[in-house]
Ligand binder design. Structure first.
Ligand code: B12
Length: 222
């Protein structure tokens, strides 16, 4: 009999080495054991990717290792997605989300999307490498309450400012709440580029998004 701790350890270890089929098997096995999807995510999958990042920084891992670990986690996320997003709540707002131009990291963004959907947001995901003009066009098309920019590289974080400038130029900056996030992003950086909100993780993003929306709606009514 496998114990929950063995499953979590297995998920951590197999994600680390990018063994996608095994990660998928363990995910299914965990669910048949009634383990919480959140636990698989926060106690195994995310810590494992953090370790992947640490090894990459030390020069023990290279891009291919990061890639296969990322894929292994993404496979598990596909199984967990409907469970994490399970919700009976009606739509509370529209959230347009994308990873900025030059950046292909999407695991963190996808996780945020799942949690937002779970909290009742309608999420429109523009994918990765989204150019400022695409954000502008899609905001015009979908009229979201909030737009989220995700960036995982210090070299692509400046795209936040470029995106905000593009919104300003298009005359839509005041119509939409801007949130930013991603591994290297900080509250200070978010303030410096003129974003309305920042969060370090998916649940923080949900909380902040609800707060910002409530404040904006209260202002409109006042
Ligand atoms: C997997 C991975 C990859 C995969 C990406 C696969 C994919 N589909 O996403 C691949 C192999 C493609 C990759 C490539 C590269 N990567 Co990479 N990658 C990672 C790694 C290991 C994990 C990232 C991840 O998905 N984490 C899991 C999620 C869940 O992370 P998270 O931060 O907790 O996410 C939360 C928050 O960020 C927040 N959030 C995210 N988005 C948003 C948006 C909003 C609006 C809000 C509010 C919140 C929010 O909520 C999320 C959920 O809780 C990180 C290491 C790390 N520690 O981050 C490096 C890392 C990000 N990569 C790095 C580098 C250098 C690269 C490359 C440049 C390597 C190279 N030489 O080619 C390329 C760049 C490619 C490009 N142009 O984008 C560096 C970045 C360093 C820096 N500060 O700039 C890191 C930090 C590794 C390191 N320690 O050096 N990478």
């Amino acid at each position: 009999m496998t114990t929950p701790d063995e499953i979590l350890k297995g998920l951590y270890d197999e994600t680390l080495v990018g063994n996608a089929p095994k990660v998928l098997d363990l995910t299914h096995e965990a669910l048949t054991m009634d383990m919480e999807p959140q636990s698989l995510l926060f106690d195994a999958l995310i810590p494992s990717l953090e370790e992947v990042g640490a090894r990459f920084e030390r020069g023990d891992f290279f891009v291919p290792e990061m890639l296969i670990a990322g894929r292994a986690m993404a496979g598990a996320m596909e199984v967990l997605r409907p469970l994490l997003a399970e919700t009976g709540v009606e739509t509370i707002g529209k959230f347009l989300m994308g990873t900025v131009k030059g950046d292909v990291h999407d695991i963190g963004k996808n996780l945020v999307n799942i949690m937002l959907e779970g909290a009742g947001f309608e999420v429109i995901d523009l994918g990765v490498q989204v150019a400022p003009e695409t954000f502008v066009a899609k905001i015009e098309e979908h009229q979201p309450d909030i737009v989220g920019f995700s960036a995982f590289l210090t070299t692509t974080m400046p795209m936040f400012k470029a995106n905000i400038n593009a919104l300003q130029k298009a005359g839509m900056r005041d119509d939409v709440i801007v949130m930013v996030g991603g591994a290297p992003v900080t509250q200070e950086y978010a303030d410096a580029v003129g974003a309305d909100g920042y969060a370090a993780d998916a649940s923080g993003c949900v909380r902040k998004a609800k707060d910002l929306l409530q404040t904006k709606r209260a202002k409109v009514l006042a």
